[in-house]
Each structure stands twice: as structure tokens, then as C-alpha cells.
Design a protein around this ligand. Structure first.
Ligand code: V1D
Ligand code: CA
Length: 433
């Protein structure tokens, strides 16, 4: 074989990986003391480039989503509101009550540039889905997206517009069945709710459940309704889960989802708040565990959209999503963090991996095995995929379910037993600012 033919074979075997990034994204600011810090995207991108990963992927600056794009899922009046709201209206005491209707509060404040922030995140996820649908890419990455809590007309949990639902709707134009996987520590309630009655989208969320942990949904017996019965899958964990136990659940669940659901494309939300030492989370995963989930999904060879999500210890978010970018473009990265503009964030050891803490693992092998078996039994019952599906290109608005009403009243913030540890993390974060 000539050198040229070798090159062609090499490029054919290597999946085309497209990475979406907007240099303005890191400049948005939710407000003082708010744990969601879009600045983390600047850290991620800087680390990706300093590792030289940009040479192994194609970088795209996204086109912002239009109002029309966003109202494929969201209510017209909600998008109009997000577009017109300003930090000044948010500050006015008379407006505050009115804003509550759309879920606006101190957790989801109106900040400067909010609409552009949403349009960028959604534009990137929709653009990425369109590339996958037209086979212009095999893997797309958008760490500016992953806002899984946003509802049709309501902001929730730091999320305003649900780029994930919009991306899935785009994929459904070309693919018969889409699998959504969510490894953020929080339940992916907005995506589950949107497709709760659909058998063309399976939503699978691994999350902390119990102790009134936000958002409080994602119980094991929430499995979908009507045509969608069995197509919502929830894996509840409790505090302290480590790599080995997590993967021991993740892998068999994925194997059985592939076997019984047979997805034609996958969307994966990679919230980094499931890592050890996250400022809001209480799992104990390292990059080996979190990254192995991504590798396992990459190895399915299915068209794949990888998204961001939560993640509140900024230096670890950058470590995690950089490592996962390397996994997706199949390029090994060194354990030593290369010098970059934000090098001081990685002090004192300047290494890539993160260590598990000595926190107690409250999950037991017996419980987790039972949970895995329950899910396998649920999957066995979903029936033969392909039977009775709407034809491709049919009116997909029908697949978005509207039946669920607004959830329970918000619970008071829990008093956390790890409060002291969290205070320490918070102090570290403040020092990072
Ligand atoms: F710790 C905080 C400090 C300031 C403001 C908010 C918080 C905070 C921590 N956890 N807020 C929460 C969660 N909300 C509640 C209750 C509702 N409140 C009245 C109390 O516990 C919200 C957590 C949102 C998590 C978002 C996400 O990580 O899942 C995400 N994924 O994609 C983007 C964000
Ligand atoms: Ca989750």
C-alpha cells in the first residue's frame, strides 16, 4: 500500500470530531456567589488548546439559535420574555413576582446578555445535531450546552433554554431512535419530561436521588407513560459512589439499552458535578470513571453528540472535559498539565487526574446490583423496536409531551452534613475568582 493510501485508510478509520466553541461564552456572569460560572468554558478551551487537541478536531464557532429554532420546544411567550428581560427588570421588586412565573429567581437570575448566552448554547447544540444528521461528523462536542433542567416555559436549576431537547428534535429528523444519557449528578428532568410519552427517545439518567437533592425527580419507578412507557430509565445513587461501582452499573445498563432499544444516535450530557470534590455534588468519581463512561459510549460507533452540564469546581471541570475531548479524538494526553494562561488553577500539583476523597460510600453493592437488574428487566419489556414507529420526517412535535404539570413546591435547601468541607471548597473557588 502506498503512503497516500495509508493516509486515506487512517483518516477513514478516525472518526471526524467537531468541537463547538464561542470565545465570548466565558464572559457571561450569573452574579456574585452564583455557583454556575460560564468562565469555566475559557478554562476548558485553554486547556484543550494547550494540550494541542485542536490539531485533532475541527473547531466551529456556532451560529446563534434563532427564535424560531428555540420555539421548536419552548413556548413563544417564554422566549419573548427571555429576549426582552434585563437585569434592571429583575432588580425591580414589582417585577419579581411576575418573573417567578417563568422560574426566574436567585438561582436563575436575569443577567446581562442572557438571551445571547442561551442562543449560543442552543445554536451550538442544534448545529452539532444537524452535522450528525447530515453525516458531516461522527462525533460532535459542545461543552457550552447540556442545560437539562429547562422546561417549555420555565427556567430551572441554572438552565433557561433546553439545548438538549432542541438537539434531539433535530436528530429525530434523520434518525429513528435517539438515546439520551445523562451522567450529571442531578436528574435530567427537563429532557425526560419532554420525551416522557415518546418511544423514539430513550432518556437514561444516573443521578443522586433522596435527601431532597435537586430536582427531586428521577425515581426508579418513573419509567415513561403511554407509548413512552419503559423508555425513561432512572438510576438513583446515594452519596459517595466511586469509579468501580459506578462503572459496574453504567456498563451493563448501556449494554442492555443497546440490545433492546437499538438507538441510531446518542446524545450524552457529561455534567462534571458527579466528580469527587465538586462544590455542589457528593459523588466520588475521578476522571478514570467519568472518562470511561464517555469512552464506552464512543466505542458504540454510533453518531454521538457530547454536551457539558453541571460542574462547580472549575479546575476539575476543565480537567474533565479536556480529558474527555482527548478520549473522543483518541489522542493520549500527558498527566502533567501544560503551561497555559490559567496555569495557576491547577496548583499545587499541576496534574490532570483528580483523586477520590475519603468520603463514605453510602451505596451498597447489593442495592446497586438490584437496581441494575431492575433496569434490565424494564428494558426487556419495551418490546420490539421499530414496530409502530412514526415514519422519519413525520410531525415530531407530537413526540414532545406536554402532559406533565409543574412539579412540587420547592423544598428548603438541605442542611448538609458535609457543610464544613463545602465551605472549604467554596473558599478555594473564591480564591480562584
Ligand atoms: F449552592 C448554591 C449557592 C447559590 C445558589 C444556588 C445554590 C444551589 C446549590 N444547589 N442550588 C442548588 C439546587 N437547588 C436546590 C433547591 C432549589 N432551591 C430553592 C434550593 O437545591 C440547584 C442545582 C442545579 C444543578 C444544575 C445542574 O448541575 O444540574 C446543571 N446541569 O446543566 C447545567 C446545570
Ligand atoms: Ca444525571
Amino acid at each position: 500500500m502506498s503512503a497516500d493510501t495509508n493516509r486515506e485508510v487512517f483518516f477513514e478509520l478516525m472518526p471526524k470530531v467537531n468541537y463547538f466553541y464561542s470565545p465570548d461564552f466565558g464572559g457571561y456572569y450569573y452574579g456574585a456567589g452564583h455557583p454556575m460560572r460560564p468562565f469555566r468554558m475559557s478554562l476548558v478551551h485553554e486547556l484543550v488548546v494547550s494540550y494541542g487537541l485542536h490539531r485533532h478536531l475541527n473547531i466551529y464557532e456556532p451560529r446563534p439559535a434563532s427564535v424560531r429554532d428555540m420555539t421548536a420546544f419552548h413556548a413563544d411567550e417564554y422566549i419573548k420574555f427571555i429576549r426582552e428581560a434585563t437585569p434592571e427588570t429583575y432588580q425591580s421588586p414589582t417585577c419579581k413576582d411576575h418573573l417567578r412565573r417563568f422560574g426566574i429567581n436567585d438561582e436563575c437570575p436575569i443577567f446581562s446578555g442572557l438571551y445571547d448566552f442561551c442562543a449560543t448554547a442552543c445554536g451550538a447544540s442544534i448545529g452539532a445535531a444537524a452535522q450528525l444528521a447530515s453525516k458531516d461528523a461522527e462525533i460532535c462536542i459542545n461543552f457550552m450546552g447540556g442545560y437539562h433542567h429547562a422546561k417549555i416555559s420555565e427556567a430551572s436549576g441554572f438552565c433557561y433554554c433546553n439545548d438538549i431537547v432542541l438537539a434531539i428534535l433535530e436528530l429525530l429528523k434523520a434518525y429513528e431512535r435517539v438515546l439520551y444519557i445523562d451522567i450529571d449528578i442531578h436528574h435530567g428532568d427537563g429532557v425526560e419530561e419532554a420525551f416522557y410519552t415518546s418511544d423514539r427517545v430513550m432518556t437514561l439518567s444516573f443521578h443522586k436521588y433522596g435527601d431532597q437533592f435537586f430536582p427531586g425527580t428521577g425515581a426508579r419507578d418513573d419509567i415513561g407513560r403511554g407509548d413512552g412507557r419503559g423508555f425513561a430509565v432512572n438510576f438513583p445513587f446515594t452519596d459517595g459512589v466511586r469509579d468501580d461501582m459506578y462503572l459496574g452499573c453504567f456498563k451493563p445498563v448501556i449494554d442492555n439499552v443497546l440490545k433492546y432499544f437499538k438507538p441510531s444516535a446518542i446524545v450524552m450530557q457529561c455534567g462534571a458535578d458527579s466528580l469527587a470534590n465538586d462544590r455542589l455534588g457528593s459523588f466520588n468519581l475521578t476522571l478514570n470513571g467519568h472518562g470511561e463512561c464517555v469512552r464506552y459510549i464512543r466505542d458504540t460507533g454510533l453518531p454521538l453528540l457530547v454536551l457539558g452540564g453541571g460542574g462547580y469546581t472549575l479546575r476539575n471541570v476543565a480537567r474533565c472535559w479536556t480529558y474527555e475531548t482527548a478520549v473522543l479524538c483518541r489522542h493520549a494526553v500527558s498527566e502533567e498539565i501544560p503551561f497555559n494562561r490559567h496555569y495557576e488553577y491547577y496548583s499545587p500539583h499541576y496534574l490532570l487526574n483528580i483523586l477520590p476523597t475519603n468520603m463514605l460510600d453510602r451505596n451498597t453493592a447489593v442495592e446497586l446490583t438490584k437496581e441494575t437488574q431492575r433496569i434490565v428487566d424494564q428494558l426487556k419489556r419495551i418490546g420490539c423496536p421499530g414496530a409502530g414507529y412514526e415514519s422519519i420526517g413525520a410531525d415530531i412535535s407530537k413526540t414532545v409531551s406536554l402532559w406533565r404539570l409543574k412539579g412540587e413546591e420547592e423544598e428548603d435547601e438541605k442542611v448538609d452534613e458535609d457543610q464544613e468541607t463545602r465551605k472549604l471548597h467554596r473558599k478555594e473557588e473564591e480564591e480562584e475568582e
